[in-house]
Ligand binder design. Structure first.
Ligand SMILES: Cc1cc2nc3c(=O)[nH]c(=O)nc-3n(C[C@H](O)[C@H](O)[C@H](O)COP(=O)(O)OP(=O)(O)OC[C@H]3O[C@@H](n4cnc5c(N)ncnc54)[C@H](O)[C@@H]3O)c2cc1C
Length: 448
């Protein structure tokens, strides 16, 4: 009998701001007592919810249960910046280009498949328009380093035949209201989501199709016996024929891929609602999204009433944390950094408070691969987001559902052809090495 106990379950630092600015969602039941189903899914983020939707599309008769450790939209999926990006977005490169033209073409096609899948869910589940907008995004450049990265990425996009537009400083000022940026590279294919709104609407839509979701029900142990799989929580258990692990880096907490997954904690702050005076002083467009031209820079988004109020969301600073947690001290230090970044960009908004500051978890592999495969008979993984889970985890979820149902597709072929995640150096060398490398890269991109 296979038995996998969870070494740790998710711990979140700071409130998930995107969720906090929406009207309160009614809590779902915790798992109490015993229940059975055909397929149990561990984790209710992009991957888990997408897997449930794909399972229902393939066979509406399947009985599916999702067990989420936190509440829907309070985990990593509700803590990101909401850029659902179609193009290559390789965080370990200096300009987002991936490891080769052919893989980048393939990934772009797959990312667009994920965005289409999400757009269909938005239509079918009647998710409000403001929570999913195909408005494109900008790679914003503030220094010579950023301008060079944009030039280099634009060359890559030209080679791939992808649409893009270079923006000069005055166009950037017109959009963002600040003269901080020297230029930008606009690409039209990204969808901008209100992550909490999107994922809450997605979960409600799934429930209307019969999927059962239990919140605050961390799975503590999974075991396989003669009667299939048993998933144990503190107060209940689910028996299932098959299981999809959609818990991203916490796959390692169950003993899988040990020493091969990089756990990065990323951080973000969201301002209080901007007053009419602030809005006048700021100018610019009501909604825009700017990723940094250098992946180690600062992401900024401005949102409007359709997303939860006129606010600015800023993201900066990643730390390698194998225990998958951000300490209060780490978060306080990062909030100070983000304050500096905010004030440098928006001097006209001095005094505007950060209302919500939080940290969330990314899981990368050194060689940029995900883990979407059958781990043991009847146990599947849809894990390792590589920093772009809005699309990549949507895809791993789709792929795991298809594989479990015996289908092959471009998605399953892509992931099953991937190598294993590369092994990392042993602790504490991995932590010291990764953090030193990230601090150096951040220093180089300090103006971006
Ligand atoms: C500040 C920040 C900004 C980001 N910006 C972007 C962005 O703009 N675009 C983008 O694509 N990505 C972004 N990301 C990354 C993105 O959030 C992740 O890639 C995405 O959340 C991964 O989705 P997932 O479903 O694979 O995993 P998760 O969202 O982490 O979902 C996994 C779920 O599993 C649950 N879980 C874990 N263990 C258990 C257990 N034992 N039992 C039950 N449930 C369990 C967790 O609670 C969690 O809800 C950002 C991340 C952060 C932190």
């Amino acid at each position: 009998m296979a038995r996998h106990e969870a070494l740790r379950t998710p711990v979140f630092s700071g409130p998930a701001g995107w969720n906090a600015i929406l009207s309160r969602a009614a809590p779902r039941a915790r798992l109490e007592g015993a229940t059975g189903c055909d397929i149990a899914i561990v984790g209710g983020g992009f991957a888990g919810l997408s897997a449930a939707r794909r399972l229902h599309q393939i066979d509406p008769g399947l009985d599916v249960v999702i067990l989420e450790a936190a509440r829907i939209a309070e985990g990593g999926t509700g803590r990101n910046s909401g850029f659902m990006i179609d193009l290559p977005h390789e965080l370990t490169s200096s300009d987002y280009a991936g490891s080769g033209e052919s893989r980048d073409r393939q990934l772009t096609q797959l990312n667009r498949h994920a965005i289409d899948f999400a757009a269909q869910a938005v239509a079918e589940y009647a998710i409000p328009e403001g929570w999913f907008q195909c408005s494109g995004k900008i790679n914003a450049a503030a220094s010579a380093v950023g301008m060079a990265a944009n030039e280099s990425y634009a060359r890559h996009l030209r080679d791939l035949g992808e649409a893009h537009e270079m923006l000069d400083a005055s166009a950037m000022r017109e959009i963002t209201g600040t003269d901080y940026y020297r230029g930008g590279l606009y690409t039209p294919g990204a969808a901008m989501i209100q992550p909490a709104g999107y994922v809450r609407g997605f979960a409600l839509g799934l429930e209307r199709t019969g999927v059962r979701i239990f919140e605050q029900s961390p799975v503590l142990c999974i075991e396989n016996g003669a009667q299939g799989w048993r998933l144990l929580t503190a107060r209940g258990e689910v028996r299932a024929e098959r299981v999809i692990m959609a818990n991203n880096g916490h796959l390692e907490s169950f003993g899988f891929q040990r020493g091969r997954l990089m756990h990065i904690m990323l951080n973000a702050c969201m301002t209080e609602e901007l007053s009419a005076d602030h809005l006048r002083a700021l100018g610019g467009h009501e909604c825009w999204g700017a990723t940094p031209s250098d992946p180690m820079g600062t992401t900024v988004r401005r949102i409007g009433p359709a997303q939860g109020g006129h606010r600015i969301v800023i993201r900066q600073g990643g730390y390698y944390r194998p225990r998958m947690q951000t300490s209060t001290r780490d978060l306080a230090r990062l909030v100070r950094h983000m304050r500096q970044k905010f004030e440098a960009r928006f001097p006209m908004l001095r005094g505007v408070r950060f209302e919500y500051c939080w940290s969330g978890h990314l899981c990368l592999s050194r060689n940029g691969v995900s883990v979407m495969r059958e781990l043991e008979p009847g146990l599947y993984a849809a894990c390792v987001d590589n920093g772009l889970g809005t699309t990549r985890s949507t895809l791993t979820g789709i792929g795991a559902a298809e594989m479990l149902c015996g289908l092959t597709s471009a998605v399953t072929r892509f992931f099953t052809a991937e190598a294993q995640p590369d092994r990392l150096p042993p602790h504490p060398l991995d932590t010291v090495g990764a953090n030193a490398y990230m601090r150096w890269k951040e220093w180089r991109a300090r103006l971006e």
